[in-house]
Design a protein around this ligand. Structure first.
Ligand code: CTP
Length: 404
């Protein structure tokens, strides 16, 4: 429930604005107290009358309204809230925020507020993928602005891809997380500013023939969350991702690969870096001779001959092109002991050990132990994005120590 929570909702001008009516209804159902601001363009998509009727409150839209300013000044409007939510957050609003522009009530409030801001972006796929938007989003994440979505899907303009505004229930979930100050770990916006971080994530696929491969159950959720958290901390991030069902995190350079050999090449291209984090479940072996044509069922089952893949993590540690080298250890038994052996063998600085026997792969939660040469620290079970945020804060502190 959001009883007693004060939310300043800014509605931007996009076709997704109609979904905000449902969000307003749900926020009120949960007991939140709402103040609503609409941009000029928003009023082209939904009427202030429907917004006012559903929200049960007057809609603010004019920076220079004398009546509004005598009732409640725009500075007060921006501060008298627990959270500022922008939905839909258009490319234009995002660009204005990035540059601190304030030429209407919505952008002025965003510049003047001292509260957390949550954006639910919505725009055409090309606009979302435009490097200008990607830069702006990375910058805002670095400044500590929170994001809900966008999601992949069919657009009003008929195209398909990332840019669709999250559904009201998903925005509502993000609002709850943003408001629960003790469950979300604060991450100072500029903890890794000016740093470069390379992250591997997901599984690799080693082909057997044109239609079959060796793979594993890695979902990429933890690695992708780490890349997003590093970007939120202000780092320039290269994410090298195996085949996963996740959308590319915004504001991050993502290199898509399939095999371990391709992953290695993409990592090498991404270096040098301040931090390398090997979160991918890299296949230890590949098939020695990949069949050019699909293997046919014969009398005898084929025998696959395997050769060892390059160890990306060990290679990065040996190459000296990353100042802090962090590996993962997916274990099903003796987790900490095996992690210690891996740390020593692969010459890395930190191993994030997790017990994968308990179905962690694909799950939204993780329980990890941070193993270094000096000690082992077990963290409580938490959501993968929280593990990511805590890990980035931990690594930033460790990197600071190296520099000092
Ligand atoms: N790793 C890697 N390249 C490989 C294999 C693993 O970079 N060819 C990295 C993973 O990204 C992870 C760490 O090494 O950070 C540990 O992976 P894991 O599969 O747990 O360990 P292995 O070295 O494969 O050892 P084992 O399978 O025997 O436990």
């Amino acid at each position: 429930m959001l009883q007693g929570k004060r939310i300043l909702l800014i509605i931007g001008g996009g076709i997704a604005a109609y979904k905000v009516l449902e969000l307003i209804r749900r926020l009120r159902e949960e007991g939140a107290s709402l103040r609503v601001v609409m941009t000029k363009a928003a009023k082209e998509f939904v009427t202030p009358l429907s917004v006012a009727s559903l929200s049960g409150t007057k809609v603010f839209d004019d920076l220079f309204s004398l009546t509004d300013e005598t009732e409640i000044g725009h500075i007060q409007l921006s501060r008298a809230a627990d959270l500022v939510v922008v939905a839909p957050a258009t490319g234009d609003l995002i660009a204005k925020m990035t540059h601190g522009l304030a030429d209407d009530l919505a952008s002025t409030l965003l510049l003047a507020t001292d509260k957390k801001i949550l954006l639910a972006p919505a725009m055409n796929i090309r606009m979302w993928l435009n490097p200008a938007t990607a830069r702006n989003v990375a910058q805002l994440r670095g400044d500590g602005v929170l994001f809900a979505g966008p999601e992949d899907g069919e657009m009003a303009c008929g195209e398909y891809g990332p840019g669709r505004m999250s559904e009201p229930h998903a925005i509502l979930a993000a609002i709850r997380v943003a408001l629960e100050s003790n469950t979300s770990i604060p991450l100072p916006g500029r903890l890794l500013s000016g740093r470069r971080v390379v992250v591997t994530s997901g599984p690799t696929r080693e082909p057997i023939d044109p239609v079959r491969f060796l793979g594993n159950y890695s979902s990429g959720k933890q690695g992708h969350a780490i890349a997003a958290a590093a970007a939120q901390a202000g780092a320039e991030v290269v994410l090298v991702s195996g085949p996963v069902a996740l959308p590319d995190p915004s504001g991050i350079t993502v290199r898509h690969v399939a095999t371990a050999t391709e992953m290695l090449a993409a990592v090498e291209k991404g270096l040098p870096a301040d931090i390398f984090i090997g979160a991918a479940a890299v296949s230890d072996w590949r098939v020695a001779q990949v069949a050019e044509q699909k293997l046919k069922k014969a009398e005898r089952a084929p025998v696959l001959s395997l050769v060892e893949n390059p160890d990306i993590l060990a290679g990065v540690a040996a190459g000296g092109k990353a100042r802090l080298v962090v590996g993962f250890a997916a274990e099903t038994e003796n987790v900490i002991e095996h992690a210690r052996v891996k740390l020593a063998h692969k010459h890395c600085d930190v191993i994030v050990a997790n017990d994968v026997s308990a179905g962690v792969m694909g799950d939204d939660e993780n329980q990890v132990t941070i193993v270094t040469r000096e000690n082992a620290e077990t963290w409580p079970r938490m959501r993968k994005d929280q593990v990511a945020t805590k890990l980035i804060a931990y690594l930033a502190a460790r990197l600071g120590g190296i520099r000092g």
